[in-house]
Design a protein around this ligand. Sequence first.
Ligand code: N01
Length: 541
Amino acid sequence: MGTSVVEELDVLVVGGGFSGIYQLERLRSLGFAVKLYEAGSDAGGVWHWNQYPGARVDTEATLYQFSDERIWREWNWSEIFPGQEELQAYFRFVIDKLDLGRDIRFSTRVTAAQFDEQFNTWTVESRDERTGETFQTRTRFVLPLLGTGSKALLPNIPGLEDFQGDYFHTSRWPQGYDMTGKRVAVIGTGASGVQVIQSIAPEVGHLTVFQRTPATALPMISRKLDAAANDELRQGYPELFKYREETFGGLEYDVIFTPTAEISDEEFNATLEELWFKGGLQIWLGGYADMFFNAEVGNRIYAFWREKTLPRIKDPDLAEKLAPAVPPYPFGTKRCPLEYTYYDAFNQDNVELVDLKETPIEKVTRNGIVTTDGREHEFEVIVLATGFDSFTGGLTDIDVRSTKGESFSEVFRDGARTALGRATAGFPNMLYVYGPQSPSAFCNGPTCAELEGDWVINCLVHMRENGLTRIEATAEAEQEWHDHLEALATSTTFPLANSWYMNANVPGKKRELLAYPGGLPMYLEKCRQSVENGYAGFVLS
Ligand code: N01
């Protein structure tokens, strides 16, 4: 770290998604010297990075927004599941309305950070992505608010770099890239892949989808919202913002706790039917909670899903690949993508499916992809919808050193370590929101950005009021939190699937559930208890 210090701060917020913007606004209004650095060139966090065709939020806009009345009083949504452009426009509106732009540095990537034990400050090194220049920031606190999807996961396929056509990850989509008439491959059928596939299928010349595990995609069922509909929704917002705290996923609906063993098949199916037609993620995060604890229940829901899905796919062989008779995993243990025309797209003559369970990819050549049956599939474009090194990838990407000189990769060697999902021992004055071992992937982003975020804000105010300059998680609290999560996780069906929730998507990464599976109310209660017990789990000095 040789460059000069250009900024002295109380708090450096890293990342311009919901969590970062919330912290910036609240901390600044409380008189902290705070700035936000964002590697992207524009607002929105994931909504800046994920500009692939068809990118669209899959929780309802009613709660996929800030609870700040100055914003929702004026902002009108055009539909209940808005698209990427609208979400990015929303972020720009928020930044302008709250005059946050003067404290945000876009195109600024934090690359390294070192803690100074003498002054209890971090020295952070950043790079201007446009000029390549580096500079340092000295700050009391660092909040790396990097979400779960900031580090793209590129598949380790031999020959990929030799491919003569274009290839890119869904979260690095070249702006305005024209696919018309091209021969395109999409690898991956998670939430991103499903959205890309259904969007580009009508315009590309030929599309080959490489599927490793079938998705259990659900109908999105959006609806347009005019001014009157927005006015009507606004009336309910204050109550919704309160209600979200009581729900498992921080949403406007909650899971159903009625034990499925106590209800008839008719009632079970009638409820599923109702949830299905409500659309979105309701059958999952608003469905029977039993599915998360009993694979049999998950399989019954899978059977319902399959019955709904099969009639959409004309070719029976293809139908069996996309919606197999034997559930590939208990329903609910992998994220359900939302779709409009995903399954219909496979009825088009120009769309083909390669089942990687039958014929895995062997290599990429200059011209395309070779599968183990010896076939070379020729392409002009390869889309990598292969997901993210979630939960910890954003942190391990930065060369942060603990007080013992260890990097995050070293500290997380045998699994992620945090107290309350809030901080890691050895990294004082570094606090997370929506990070590893918090509800994150199971919680609506804006909900957790605010409710978890309040813990951080209150803590920093408490420290300022009491003349405290250092907070650090204890190793004992980390162990306790780890054991608590593990006990919860082993009681659920999540470990039965190879999902990104389990880290199973990243070769060599410890297999463990890093999203808190106890639901938001239980998590918030743990956070409250920590505060009431004098920030139990943390040493403040
Ligand atoms: O990533 P994923 P995503 N060879 O990890 C496959 C959020 N999100 O970007 O299932 C071949 O879910 C992999 O196969 P498998 C949302 O939380 C939200 O789609 O591991 N295939 C899988 O099919 C979501 O859950 C929204 O066997 C490989 C796919 O690639 C999260 O982001 C929209 C492979 C990756 O799916 C991540 O979604 C989009 C390989 N080497 C995303 N490696 C909305 O709000 C991976 N795959 C709308």
